[in-house]
Design a protein around this ligand. Structure first.
Ligand SMILES: O=C[C@H](O)[C@H](O)COP(=O)(O)O
Ligand SMILES: C=C(OP(=O)(O)O)C(=O)O
Length: 448
């Protein structure tokens, strides 16, 4: 069947399949009322914007652009405030400038923002000091606080997620279109970072080159409009299907369904079963979509996902986000890339170097080493370079704040520092310094 002819029957077919990682809602009448209310809300993004992103991702698949996708592991309602959103955008823009210069190609900027409110979990419950409660599944479902009331799955949170996403998107549109994203200003922030970073000398070369390029352009009288505005897209894991279905609309231009909760949606490693509800639902929406692929993925799994999610080979439609772990990427990735590339399918390859590299520190904090993160990206580049395919970019968990959740980086954050500002609601994020360290080091890989 052509994916282009989806009907509302198709959009609800997932309901008859196994949907993993769905919250059990205490009150189904309330869920119904909430989803009806959501279905009547205006779209958060527009189908035309999703199509524009698809075109840009098609350029990435052709090797003509790269992707920088990132943001919180789990956004919180409390964190959807102007300071936190501005800091995340600022960090992402700073990283993007460095990568744009190094790659000499456009960088497609996608936030894990404005909707990343639901989390798949390894276990349905959490036990602390002998007390067992339902696991935290993201602010869309319940609260991170460890009390029975906070951990109750509350359908009204779906509405709060929608309104928080709207607030965040409003802020991102203001920050990226209202002059804040001016290239010269972003470069000045990077120069400050290089001057203050213990590893700064290593980055001075790139920062200096960008500076000279900008001075040259100014001297030539070139001051393009594009310098002061950037295109920024939203994304999140399409996990809670009642929410995603309620926010799916038929585009009046084309008569095709789009999930207007975000520009880009992805299917997680835990919910990518071919015969599962998530693959079934996402195959019918026309947004650009991604699938996370962990180390157990076989080349045949990848081909079957392509057949199911992009049978017509639409460029920019499908992104594979590989998250193998630093120790496995060099063995697990080549068979996938080789076979997919051999099939001729136009796939974007992104590296998520976070989710295969998590471990528990002695203090009990979940953490990641920046060295492992960089090693996985290095392996990802090695594999793509060896096979002649395009390393399409990175998918990161980071924040613009000075948290202490991951180890390493120019400032040498150690395990013993983790307790100082450990604020994530789920997995550990790179802080602002570590994110910029990473951007300069990945820039070297693109130049290499
Ligand atoms: O972000 C990814 C997952 O939600 C997270 O890694 C799950 O963590 P858990 O193993 O603590 O449930
Ligand atoms: C859960 C996530 O990742 P994965 O599906 O790769 O485990 C995530 O990116 O939040």
């Amino acid at each position: 069947m052509s994916t282009q002819s989806s009907t509302s029957f198709d959009l609800d077919a997932w309901r008859g399949l196994t949907a993993l990682q769905q919250p059990e809602w205490a009150d189904s009448a309330e869920l119904e009322a909430v989803t009806a209310e959501l279905a009547a809300q205006p779209p958060l993004v527009f189908a035309g914007e999703c199509d524009q992103l698809k075109e840009r991702l098609a350029a990435v698949a052709r090797g003509e652009a790269i992707v920088l996708q990132g943001g919180d592991c789990a956004e919180t309602f409390e964190g959807s405030n102007a300071d936190a959103v501005r800091n995340k955008i600022k960090t992402l823009l700073q990283m993007a400038v460095v990568l744009t210069y190094a790659g000499s190609v456009p960088v497609v900027k996608i936030g894990r923002m404005a909707g990343q409110f639901a989390k798949p979990r390894s276990k349905p419950t959490e036990t602390r000091d002998g007390v067992t409660l339902p696991a935290y599944r993201g602010d869309m479902v319940n609260d991170v606080e460890f009390t029975p009331e906070a951990r109750r799955n509350d359908p009204r949170r779906l509405l709060r997620a929608y309104y928080s996403a709207a607030t965040t998107l409003n802020l991102t549109r203001a920050f990226t279109k209202g002059g804040y994203a001016d290239l010269r200003q972003v470069h000045a922030w990077n120069q400050d970072f290089v001057a203050g970073s213990p590893a700064g000398q290593r980055y001075e070369l790139v920062a200096g080159e960008i500076d000279r390029a900008l001075t040259f352009m100014r001297a030539c009288g070139a001051d393009p409009e594009e310098f002061s505005e950037v295109d920024f897209y939203s994304s999140h894991e399409a996990l809670v299907l009642d929410y995603e279905r309620a926010l799916t609309r038929i585009d009046t231009r084309t008569g095709l369904p789009y999930d207007v909760s975000a520009h880009f949606l992805w299917i997680g490693e835990r919910t990518r079963q071919l015969d599962g509800a998530h693959v079934e639902f996402l195959r019918h929406i026309r947004n650009p979509i991604g699938v996370k692929l962990g180390p157990t993925t076989t080349a045949d799994d990848a081909l079957a996902l392509i057949e199911r999610l992009n049978p017509e080979g639409e460029p920019g439609r499908l992104t594979f986000i590989t998250r193998m772990g630093a120790g496995k990427v060099r063995d697990a990735l080549p068979p996938l890339v080789e076979k997919v590339n051999g099939s001729g399918a136009p796939v974007v390859w992104l590296c998520d170097p976070m989710h295969g590299n998590t471990f528990e520190a002695e203090s009990g904090h979940k953490t990641r080493r920046l060295d492992d993160v960089l090693d996985e990206i290095t392996g990802f580049f090695e594999v793509h370079r060896a096979l002649g395919t395009h390393p399409g970019g990175v998918h990161l968990e980071f924040t613009g704040d000075d948290v202490t959740e991951c180890i390493g980086g120019g400032h040498g954050l150690a395990e013993s520092d983790l307790h100082e500002r450990y604020e994530t609601a789920c997995d550990p994020r790179l802080n602002r310094q570590q994110s910029l360290d990473l951007a300069f080091l990945v820039a070297e890989m693109y130049r290499g």
